[in-house]
Design a binder for this molecule. Structure first.
Ligand code: PLP
Length: 400
């Protein structure tokens, strides 16, 4: 520990990866395990996108690209925002990075001084507070409530803002709850932000293409005046089942993008040339049918989970409006006894019991900053989802 910097000491291995690793260990030991911890699509990358990468490889596109990404991909990203949301942006407003995760890291690294505050609504994707800490900032956790759909309210935002607030992080559709902010809710948050001009907004819309019912509202369509202080984070990981390609992007004010580029130049240089070629093909529409098919599959699975677990006593499924996660209240199981008499004390115990008794791996809510809940990923086959539902019924029935 003596060798570690203060910043590194605040770094933690992702609890989600840890839950996955535990499940993998049990599976390796021969147990039948259904893994519902994963934050990635269970689909393969569409063949048309792979073909674009192969073609780029054959054409010798194997060299460094510009640090901020290829001009073609940056322009394609900007074109998308102009066409879909009417945003006045061009390629210079865009940086391509090794996944959206790196964009978030770069943004915090480039802007936070020691002690600067970042408002993170809870439950949150754990990277948000951890990336703040590792970059010297202080995450200010704004707890949300079930009755508000696990979304930040204007009052919650107002209460969290201080003179040291540098960023507000908003994620819609959200990981881990599947919550989607309505246009009205965004307008109300924007109104609060107008009174706090020093606050930048990190708008993470990584699950933009995965929605049920209607497409998600966009912060900058609702509040175009925030464009000079908003960084949009998105990428191909979830929409096109391209998590392993490591391509994501940030779209924001040119001076900010320029600084992110400077940091990226010393961290990693431009992202993979082949990944960028594949992402460009994706944005050019070679796999649009895939996006629609995947969306329908996720919608069907969300419904399966709601229907299947809705009748389990002690569980409360909060219907997701997007993403591929179901957020499940387990307050009704706290205090229940396992067959050996040990009580269930918190959501970690529920997750452990599901894994031990029936081999279902789900992440505990505490990992996302709110208990007692579970996050169930339904980026899994219908067969596995149905089997998991059956197993969960049995595991809960075994408690008294
Ligand atoms: N934002 C959210 C909310 C996520 O859940 C993830 C991935 O899990 C990302 C961003 C980053 O994705 P990637 O780095 O693969 O682009």
């Amino acid at each position: 520990p003596g060798v570690l910097s203060r910043r590194a000491r605040s770094a933690e291995l992702s609890p989600i990866a840890a839950a996955g690793a535990r499940a993998a260990k049990l599976a390796a030991a021969g147990r039948s395990i259904i893994v519902l911890t994963s934050g990635e699509p269970d689909f393969d990358t569409p063949a048309s996108i792979k073909a674009a990468a192969i073609s780029a490889l054959d054409q010798g596109k194997t060299k460094y690209t510009p640090t901020a990404g290829t001009a073609a991909l940056r322009s394609a990203v900007a074109d998308g925002y102009r066409e879909r949301h009417g945003l006045d942006v061009d390629g210079a407003n865009v940086i391509i990075s090794n996944g959206g995760k790196q964009v978030i890291y770069l943004a915090l690294n480039a802007t936070l001084d020691e002690g600067d505050e970042v408002i993170v609504p809870a439950p949150y994707w754990p990277t948000f507070p951890d990336a703040v800490r590792i970059n010297g900032g202080v995450p200010v956790i704004a707890h949300t409530r079930a009755e508000d759909g696990f979304k930040l309210t204007p009052q919650g935002l107002r209460d969290a803002i201080t003179p040291r607030t540098k960023w507000l992080i908003l994620n819609s559709p959200g990981n881990p709850t599947g919550a989607v902010y309505t246009a009205q809710e965004l307008a109300a948050l924007a109104q609060v932000l107008r009174d706090a001009p020093q606050v930048l907004v990190l708008w993470d819309e990584m699950y933009e293409e995965i929605w049920f019912g209607q497409p998600p509202a966009h912060l900058l369509r609702v509040a175009p005046d925030l464009i000079d202080r908003t960084l949009i984070v998105n990428g191909v990981s979830k929409a096109y089942a391209m998590t392993g390609w490591r391509v994501g992007w940030g779209t924001g004010p040119k001076p900010l993008i320029h600084v992110l580029e400077a940091v990226q130049s010393q961290v990693s240089s431009g992202p993979s040339s082949l990944g960028q070629a594949a992402a460009l093909a994706a944005l050019q529409g070679v796999a649009d049918g895939f996006v629609e098919t995947a969306r329908q599959a996720y919608a069907r699975r969300a419904q399966r989970v709601e229907d299947g677990l809705g009748s389990v006593p002690g569980l409360q499924v909060h219907a997701p409006q997007g993403s591929f996660f179901a957020w499940i209240g387990v307050g009704g199981l706290i205090g229940a006894l396992r067959p050996d008499g040990r009580p269930i004390e918190h959501d970690g115990d529920v997750a452990d019991w599901l894994l031990e008794s029936e081999g279902v791996a789900i992440v505990r809510g505490a990992a996302y900053g709110l208990s007692p809940y579970l996050r169930l990923s339904f980026a899994a086959s219908d067969t596995n989802i149905d089997a998991a539902i059956e197993r969960i019924h049995r595991a809960v029935a075994a408690l008294s």
